[in-house]
Design a protein around this ligand. Structure first.
Ligand SMILES: [Zn+2]
Length: 124
């Protein structure tokens, strides 16, 4: 896998010149609701990667899907990716869903250390 993989780019309906998939082909209304919610939760934000001048419309409903991309150091995705997952049940490839599940599991149940911040900001 390259250092950063672009995901969640879709072609408009009928656009045969785009190399990207049609999101309608990835809609899965039977997708497990918990897994779908967790996938949405993971991709709804990230570290800001790039911002564009123009907004990207949803390829399914036309809704404004934002103008920035996020990254987590592995994937880069348009901010509208979460909209496809949540509002249209566009199911991402298993490898992407597993990645999100693993990343969320890594931080679940961790108890943040509050003392560190207090010590780091204490005036000497
Ligand atoms: Zn939409």
């Amino acid at each position: 896998m390259p250092e950063l993989s672009l995901i969640g780019y879709w072609r408009a309906e009928g656009d045969t010149s785009s190399p990207y998939p049609d999101p309608r082909d990835w809609i899965d209304p039977d997708w497990d609701e918990v897994e779908r919610d967790r996938t949405w939760f993971y991709f709804v934000s990230g570290t800001l990667f790039r911002a564009f001048m123009g907004y990207s419309p949803c390829r399914i409903c036309g809704e404004n899907n934002g103008a920035v991309e996020y990254t987590d150091g592995t994937y880069v995705w348009r901010e509208g990716l979460a909209h496809y997952v949540y509002d249209h049940a566009v199911r991402l490839p298993d490898v992407v869903v597993s990645h999100a599940r693993r990343r969320l599991r890594d931080v679940e149940g961790l108890d943040p250390d509050t003392d560190w911040w207090v010590e780091a900001t204490a005036k000497k």
